[in-house]
Design a protein around this ligand. Sequence first.
Ligand code: G3I
Length: 370
Amino acid sequence: MIKPRLLILTLALAAGISMTAQEPATLKDAYHGAFYVGVAINADQITGKDARGTKIVTEQFSSITPENALKWERVHPQPDTYDFSLPDQYVTLGEKHHMFIVGHTLVWHQQTPAWVFQDAQGKPISREALLKRLHDHIFTVVGRYKGRIQSWDVVNEALNDDGTLRNSKWKQILGDDYLIKAYQWAHEADPSAELNYNDYSLELPAKRQGAMKLIQKLQAAGIKVAVVGIQGHDSLDWPSLASEEETIDTLSKLGVKIAITELDIDVLPAVGANPTADISLHIKSNPKLNPYPNELPDAMQKQLARRYADLFGTFLKHRDVMSRVTLWGVTDADSWRNDWPVVGRTSYPLLWDRAGKPKPAYEAVIKASR
Ligand code: G3I
């Protein structure tokens, strides 16, 4: 007599369905025990207006990051106005689903309103005045979610690609030590939160060196940087797996954990020689730069799947130092890559397609966990 399990397997095979005994059903299950698998979520996913997206988020992921909701211009648009309506819903969603909740981001050269650096006449404010604004912002935002947001990107993208400190308004007015203040205050506002430094292109040797110096300087000032976030705005051929490994190895030797904080993989033609995530780039589209306006050919789907599997394989190999791998968006339709660096392209950087269906890359990431 044929056994029931064998019968099911035979029927499944006959129907062309492949079955494995313990195939994990979700990303969070697949990497459970290794690292959190997170995702950046937008306003419609926070509120549930995008019900399909919210369902994917809550079923598949063990961590969330707000793509935009906690940026200064959103949460603190005017000197005396804070708007916590969306961030409150964000944190509530994460708690309801027992997710590891990330705060992004307190200090950045982008998306910070002009008023922060100016007086009522539009003139640059003094160091003391800006320190007070930064202090109040950090205590108000971090303090509100004390014990609830577990991990803060305190400073985002402070470095140039050559490893020097970016000449942002923060540096111009406060001097090089602005980072020390930001981390000290974030720690005072919530001593239980882990504090991160987050940047892109840390795989570039000069930038990585700069990041190491920066972390060491913070450590020498008595600050515990818990995590260095390697953003991971990658392409099919950059960074090489060897340089990714070297970056993880070198940075983790500083006694920090590593997170991949904003992973997406571009399959479209590159513009410009250097990898970057500099959002000030805006290039006009043309058919050559937008080769797949309707769908991604199978061969490209396969390449993307292989690349995702290779990267997750590398992260898994370094699981002892990896705390989290976060995808920068749910479906391809949600990705910032549709408008950057070229405006109006059809981009395919994530694990779910525009119809909300998991792509071959999703299956490849699940498989890579075994
Ligand atoms: O929501 C408004 C909408 O009301 C308005 O009609 C529209 C017109 O421009 O803009 C919409 O806001 C845009 C927002 O994305 C939501 O789509 C902003 O203009 C746009 O600047 C914003 O871009 C975000 C970008 O950061 C700048 O904050 C991207 O979504 C977000 O993915 C991107 O994320 C950054 C990380 O924070 C840091 N690392 C790089 C990463 C990618 O650039």
